[in-house]
Design a protein around this ligand. Structure first.
Ligand SMILES: [Zn+2]
Length: 89
């Protein structure tokens, strides 16, 4: 695919920028969750021809787990005693 051509292409629905998926040969709109096929190097910019992406694809996740990205639960337990009503010495 021509990079300049890719840069010109936008989603026909939301006019948003498309992401080229080289492995699948598709142009993806993450906003609409649609993947437009490329046939014979020609992108088919038709909603009815587009494939609906699954949830993981919509999130922009690549196939397979991503190591190094751990988001553990943050423990934020603050023992802040409310000093209201306390007689100050
Ligand atoms: Zn779109």
């Amino acid at each position: 695919m021509d990079k300049e051509l890719l840069a010109m292409l936008v989603c026909p629905l939301c006019q948003g920028k498309l992401k080229y998926d080289r492995e699948r040969g598709e142009l993806k709109c993450h906003y609409d969750g649609l993947a437009y096929p490329i046939r014979d190097d020609i992108p088919v910019m038709l909603e009815e021809e587009a494939r609906l992406m699954d949830a993981d694809e919509k999130l922009g996740k690549a196939a397979g787990p991503e190591p190094g990205k751990t988001s553990g639960p943050e423990t934020d337990s603050r023992d802040m005693a409310n000093g209201k009503g306390k007689p100050s010495a």
